[in-house]
Write a protein that binds this ligand. Structure first.
Ligand SMILES: [Fe+2]
Length: 148
């Protein structure tokens, strides 16, 4: 079974450096996870990959974005948080499914396409809006600091 990579591209760029850097790291983690899935017969490895992916980087990244939303009082915060919670819950459901029913290529393929779709759609539709707001908020902030 072929597990495709996610590639960083201009379409994924939000223009807010901190978020873009974390997204690049997230892509790296996603590709590591997909590589582990490619060796699907190593059950432990694939499940561990999902666990690490979830518990460490996704949590860190979501908290980081949410802290920025809170700092700048982002009006779309509640909806954005719902999206983050949805992804966390879906991956946890997949993880539970894997633990209870074991691995199958169909299940792994489903996880992979879900993660890629979620990531690409979320970045392009939700994170880009946030990044545009943050850039404007930061610009206003630096204007008021310099008093211009
Ligand atoms: Fe986000």
């Amino acid at each position: 079974m072929v597990f495709v990579d996610v590639q960083w591209s201009y379409e994924l760029e939000t223009g807010f450096e901190e978020i873009d850097n974390q997204h690049k790291e997230l892509i790296k983690k996603l590709n590591e996870l997909f590589e582990a899935m490619g060796k699907f017969y190593h059950k432990e490895e694939a499940i561990q990959g999902i666990t690490v992916f979830l518990s460490e980087y996704v949590t860190y990244h979501f908290k980081s974005e949410e802290a920025l939303m809170e700092k700048y009082d982002y009006p779309g915060m509640e909806l954005h948080k719902i999206e983050h919670n949805l992804l966390t819950k879906s991956v946890m459901d997949f993880q539970q499914h894997l633990n209870e029913k074991g691995l199958s290529i169909a299940c792994l393929a489903k996880i992979q396409s879900f993660l890629i779709n979620w990531f690409v759609n979320h970045v392009q539709q939700v994170d880009k809006l946030l990044a545009a707001f943050l850039k404007e908020a930061k610009a206003k902030e630096s204007l008021s600091i310099t008093g211009k």
